[in-house]
Design a protein around this ligand. Structure first.
Ligand SMILES: *Cc1c(COP(=O)(O)O)cnc(C)c1O
Length: 374
C-alpha cells in the first residue's frame, strides 16, 4: 500500500538533537530555537517570530493578545481544522462560520460583511492548501470595521499573495510544524506578529506572563509576573529537530511542488470528464504544495474513488468534517446552512504528496486515478 503521508526526515535531525543533548540546554529559547527562528524570519520576512508548541497554541495566543472574551464573535470558515475555532471557544468566544468559495475553497470574502455584528472582534482566514484567500478585499473589510485579521497559515508556510509572504498580511499569523505539515518537528508551531505593538506582549504571554525574555536579553535585571500567560515555548530539543527541517526548506518545497505539478498536469482532463473540481490557483499567488485535492460531484462518487484507489494499493483521505455540523459546533451555534462548505467537504479527496514518494509510485497513482470513471 502506498501510504497517504510519510513524514519527511532530512537526516540531520538526529545529529542536531545529539548536539542539543551535548550542550545540555533543554528548555525553550536556547541556541537551536534561535537558529530555527532566524530561518523562519528569513522565509516569512516577519521579524522575531515566536516558536510555539503548536499552531493550536499560537492561535490561543492570538486570542489572549486580542483579549478576546465571553460573547465576543470571531468570523472564520467552517471548512477548517478544529483548532481554528477552539482557540477562541476556550476563552468563551463564539465562532461565526462563513461559507467558502466553490473555486478556491477559501472563506468567501463576499459573505464576510453581513456576518459582522457589534460583537465581532476578529476575522480568521485559513489559506487552504496554502493558496491565499482574497486578502485585499478581506483587509479592506477589516479596516472598515476596525477588526483584526488573523491568518491561520498552517498550510501556507512559504506561500505568497501578490508578492507578499503569507503570514505578513493580517496583523497576526500562525504556523504549524505538526508531523502532517510540510516542515515538521512532530508537534510545533509559530506565532508571527507583524505589528510591532503586539510583539512585546506576545513574548510575555508565551513566557507564563513574565518578562523573562527581556531578562535573558539583559534588558531588565530581574523577571516577574507582568501579564496573563501560559507556557507556549517548545523545548530546544524540538527546535533542534526543526532546525534540520528548515535548513532543507528549499529542497522539501521543490520535491512537493514537482509532485503537485505532475498531478495538476496529468489529471486536468480527467477531472473535467468526471465533473469534478480542483482548487483554483490564480497567477497572483504561489502556494507551497501542501496538498492536492479533488472535489468529486458528490459523496458517493468520492467514496467510490477512495475504494478504487485502495483496491489499487493507494491510500487516499479526506477532511474536514465541517465545524458547523460537528457535534460540538452544533451544540454551540445550532443548525446553520453552509451549502458550499457541505458540497466541498462531501466531495473532497486528497492524493499522497510527500518528498519520499518515489517516481514509480507517483506514476502508479496517476495511472490508477485515470482508470476511475465517475
Ligand atoms: C494542522 C492545522 C492546525 C493545527 O496545527 P497544530 O500544530 O497541530 O496545532 C490548525 N489549523 C489548520 C488549518 C491546520 O491544518
Amino acid at each position: 500500500m502506498i501510504p497517504f503521508n510519510v513524514p519527511y526526515l532530512t537526516g540531520a535531525e538526529g545529529d542536531y538533537i545529539a548536539d542539543a543533548l551535548r550542550i545540555r540546554r533543554f528548555s525553550g529559547d536556547g541556541p537551536y530555537t534561535r537558529r530555527a527562528t532566524s530561518m523562519i524570519e528569513e522565509i516569512t520576512t516577519v521579524s522575531k517570530p515566536l516558536l510555539t508548541t503548536s499552531c493550536t497554541h499560537a492561535l490561543e495566543m492570538t486570542a489572549s493578545l486580542l483579549d478576546i472574551g465571553p460573547g465576543d464573535e470571531v468570523i472564520m470558515p467552517s471548512f477548517t481544522f478544529v483548532s481554528t475555532a477552539n482557540a477562541f471557544v476556550v476563552r468563551g468566544a463564539v465562532p461565526v462560520f462563513v461559507d467558502i468559495r466553490v473555486d478556491t475553497w477559501n472563506i468567501d470574502e463576499r459573505l464576510i460583511e453581513r456576518a459582522i455584528t457589534s460583537r465581532t472582534r476578529a476575522i480568521v482566514v485559513v489559506h487552504y492548501a496554502g493558496v491565499a484567500c482574497e486578502m485585499d478585499e478581506i483587509l479592506a473589510i477589516a479596516a472598515a470595521h476596525d477588526l483584526t485579521v488573523i491568518e491561520d497559515n498552517a498550510h501556507g508556510f512559504g506561500g505568497f499573495y501578490r508578492g507578499r509572504p503569507l503570514g505578513t498580511l493580517g496583523g497576526l499569523a500562525t504556523l504549524s510544524f505538526h508531523e502532517t505539515k510540510n516542515i515538521q518537528c512532530g508537534e510545533g508551531g509559530a506565532l508571527l506578529v507583524a505589528g510591532t505593538d503586539l510583539a512585546d506582549r506576545a513574548e510575555i504571554i508565551r513566557e507564563k506572563g513574565t518578562n523573562r525574555s527581556k531578562f535573558l536579553r539583559g534588558e531588565v535585571d530581574k523577571y516577574t509576573w507582568v501579564d496573563v500567560g501560559s507556557s507556549y515555548l517548545p523545548s530546544d530539543l524540538l527546535a533542534a529537530f526543526l532546525t534540520a527541517q528548515l535548513e532543507s526548506f528549499d529542497s522539501i518545497q521543490h520535491a512537493r511542488t514537482l509532485i503537485w505539478r505532475r498531478y495538476s498536469a496529468s489529471l486536468s482532463d480527467w477531472v473535467r470528464a468526471c465533473g469534478a473540481l480542483v482548487q483554483r490557483v490564480d497567477t497572483d499567488r504561489q502556494h507551497p504544495a501542501h496538498l492536492f485535492g479533488i472535489v468529486h460531484r458528490n459523496i458517493e462518487t468520492r467514496n467510490r474513488f477512495i475504494e478504487h484507489m485502495a483496491r489499487g494499493g493507494v491510500k487516499t483521505t479526506f477532511h474536514y468534517v465541517p465545524l458547523h455540523s460537528a457535534p460540538f459546533g452544533r451544540s454551540l451555534i445550532g443548525k446553520i446552512s453552509l451549502p458550499v462548505t457541505d458540497f466541498v467537504a462531501a466531495g473532497l479527496v486528497r492524493l499522497p504528496i510527500y518528498p519520499d514518494l518515489e517516481r514509480a509510485s507517483l506514476d502508479h497513482i496517476v495511472d490508477l486515478v485515470l482508470d476511475f470513471t465517475a
